[in-house]
Design a protein. Structure first.
Length: 189
């Protein structure tokens, strides 16, 4: 299992969305749609099952939406298709066997750390190339990254309190969707 947790402080579960509002930048939902699209492009190319976990970190709505990519009915055809699918996923998660869990970040990470190796993407982490040899082994891997903002100090403290491995893609800042692509590349057989 290969999971990606994308933490968003701007997205809300029950917001009204349209393609026009998403393209216009509402809640930066577009960032999550690109993450879904990039993961969908990898689901047939690597040997791990893929999950996208969108963590809504607003204090009034702390929710994890876990999306198993194998339940997306067909390969997404582009960014617009991904937006439509994600809007539908948010409004009807059961249709895609997606799981919605009300939880705080600490409990989410503690639960995942029981059966996943947790990696946190941070500029202060070790070079991802140094860990890539561990990625080909069987097992569950989980990568934590921010959507368009870094994690909060409290969230980073939670990660420091569990057995996580800080990894870096270098000094350059990347979009969350590009980070996903780079990490998936390391899981090619």
């Amino acid at each position: 299992m290969l999971s990606f947790i994308v933490v968003s402080s701007t997205v809300r579960k029950d917001s009204t969305r349209s393609v026009k509002s998403v393209v216009g930048g509402q809640e930066r939902f577009d960032v999550l749609a690109r993450c879904l699209l990039n993961l969908d492009r990898w689901k047939e190319r690597i040997q791990h099952d893929l999950n996208l976990i969108i963590y809504i970190s607003n204090p009034e709505e702390q929710t994890a939406l876990t999306i198993p990519l194998k339940m997306i009915p067909s390969t997404l055809k582009g960014e617009l298709d991904s937006v439509f699918h994600l809007i539908e996923l948010f409004s009807n998660p059961e249709h895609f066997n997606a799981e919605v869990t009300s939880t705080n970040f600490e409990n989410l990470m503690l639960n995942l750390s029981e059966n996943h190796t947790i990696y946190y993407l941070t500029p202060e982490g070790g070079d991802i190339e140094d860990y890539a040899k561990d990625f080909t082994r069987d097992g569950n891997h989980c990568f934590v990254l921010g959507s368009q903002h870094d994690l909060s100090e409290t969230q980073e403290q939670v990660l420091q309190n569990i057995e996580m491995i800080p990894v870096s893609l270098g000094e350059q800042d990347y979009l969350a969707s590009h980070v996903i692509t780079t990490i998936c590349y390391h899981f090619l057989p």
